[in-house]
Design a binder for this molecule. Structure first.
Ligand code: CO
Length: 132
């Protein structure tokens, strides 16, 4: 298990890209749109782990609501595991509150699932694996 990325909610993807790419000098991916989650994202390669910049594409999206309530900033943390569903079974058995009870397709050819912040010390926590 290793840290895969930190998800950051942003209002302006171009401004965020400028900060990470032009000012900090980090490589960034092409934007990828996840229509079912009503967001667009780019990945910043920080060497070993990534920063995932998330911008809402619809005012009803979870990211838009997060920004409305708390402002832009750190949204979630993601750990890479070998088998998301196996980890979910362990979490269920331990009585943890889950947002996803089954792994589902995520960005960049992954399978992902989210653990509710109430079971993760107040941190929205994502698990991911290669979709293969
Ligand atoms: Co993520």
């Amino acid at each position: 298990m290793k840290l895969d990325h930190i998800g950051i909610a942003v209002k302006d993807l171009d401004a965020a890209k400028k900060f990470y790419q032009d000012i900090l000098g980090l490589p960034v991916s092409e934007p990828e749109e996840l229509p079912d989650r009503q967001l667009k994202l780019i990945m910043v390669d920080v060497g070993g782990a990534n920063v995932e910049l998330l911008v809402p594409t619809h005012p009803d999206s979870a990211i838009a609501k997060f920004i409305d309530k708390r402002g832009p900033g750190i949204h979630h943390i993601c750990y890479r595991v070998d088998d998301v569903n196996a980890k979910l079974e362990k979490l269920k058995a331990a009585g943890m509150q889950l947002i996803d009870r089954q792994a589902r397709p995520g960005a960049h050819n992954t399978l992902v699932a989210f653990i509710h912040p109430s079971s993760a010390g107040g941190v929205l926590t994502e698990l991911c694996q290669d979709a293969g």
